[in-house]
Design a protein around this ligand. Structure first.
Ligand SMILES: [Zn+2]
Length: 305
């Protein structure tokens, strides 16, 4: 049995060595960004393609947590960070409280540079899932203490321009010859979707999409870079029925009616979220997958297992 698994491992290694593998991964998370949010941005641009349309690989992600069909950002962030489902509210620990090593920590251990760039605070659930290990996302004292102990090369919060901050982060991280793992979050998409504020949602989506553009430009110039763009969950039960009100997206010339923004909830929903991938290994993110599988694929592509 031992010999068989060894032979199997050797065969897998050979496959991995001949396949295209990335040296760097940029994970971009639009917090709360469901399929309709992306559609709204695309429609609002009225024919001018958005950056999220650039990758040729796309799919959907199932977002449930260990104890909830509708996840919160802590459990969803933990799924992307660690590859494990946990309970709502938990960061970097399993439902029984066991510490789970994140892809960022594995990357650090392997000598890669790491970065977190977010539009809110680094102690918020999504970024914290990559370095914190605490059962309660509101335990900010523990989260801040664990952040101080983490060896993150680039950590930027409250960035007013996510694209510029992403560009800045990439310049710093690229100086590490071993490669890097960078997580960029459009954090406020979720916040304004909770408020059902359509105008603000478009503003935050544009900010996020501009950062996606910077990441994709980087990956085109540095082909050893994989960019994965997704969301942690959908917020707002957002839909886009046609409407005469021309409230948000006016009736384009030649069309009968415009598009209304309609909201079915002030909270998260169970909707699957989009995922787009560009660069070496991108094709493995096509189709429907669990959020935990996204972590497993990234971890395997960087050989961090
Ligand atoms: Zn939320």
């Amino acid at each position: 049995m031992k010999k068989l698994s060894f032979t199997l491992f050797a065969a897998l290694s050979l496959t991995a060595a001949t396949a295209q593998t990335p040296k760097n991964i940029i994970l971009m998370i639009g917090d709360g960004m469901g399929p309709a949010h992306v559609t709204a941005l695309v429609e609002a641009q009225a024919g001018t393609p958005v950056n999220m349309e650039r990758p040729r690989v796309g799919g959907l992600v199932k977002t449930s947590s260990a104890n909830d069909r509708v996840t919160d950002s802590a459990a969803a962030g933990t799924a992307y960070a660690t590859g494990h489902k946990t309970n709502d509210g938990s960061l970097g620990v399993c439902p029984h409280g066991r510490r789970l090593e994140s892809i960022l920590e594995k990357a650090e251990r392997a000598g890669l540079a790491t970065g977190l760039v977010v539009t809110t605070t680094l102690s918020d659930a999504t970024p914290a899932a990559f370095y914190a290990h605490v059962a309660d996302r509101n335990d900010k004292a523990t989260i801040n203490a664990q952040f101080a102990e983490a060896n993150i090369e680039v950590a930027a919060e409250y960035v007013p321009d996510l694209a510029a901050a992403t560009d800045e982060a990439l310049k710093i991280l690229a100086t590490d010859p071993d490669g890097f793992f960078l997580m960029v979050e459009g954090s406020n998409i979720d916040k304004v979707a909770h408020d059902n504020d359509g105008e603000a949602v478009l503003r935050e989506l544009r900010d996020f999409d501009a950062a996606v553009g910077v990441a994709l430009d980087w990956a085109e110039a540095h082909p050893e870079t994989l960019v994965v763009i997704t969301a942690d969950h959908e917020t707002g039960a957002f839909t886009l029925p046609e409407g005469d009100g021309n409230r948000w997206i006016p009736r384009p010339e030649g069309y009968r009616r415009g598009i209304e923004f309609r909201w079915g909830a002030h909270d998260h929903t169970a909707s699957m979220v989009p995922i787009f991938a560009f660069g070496p290994g991108a094709e493995s993110f096509g189709g429907i997958q669990e959020n935990t599988a996204v972590n497993h694929k990234m971890t395997a592509l960087l050989s961090l297992n």
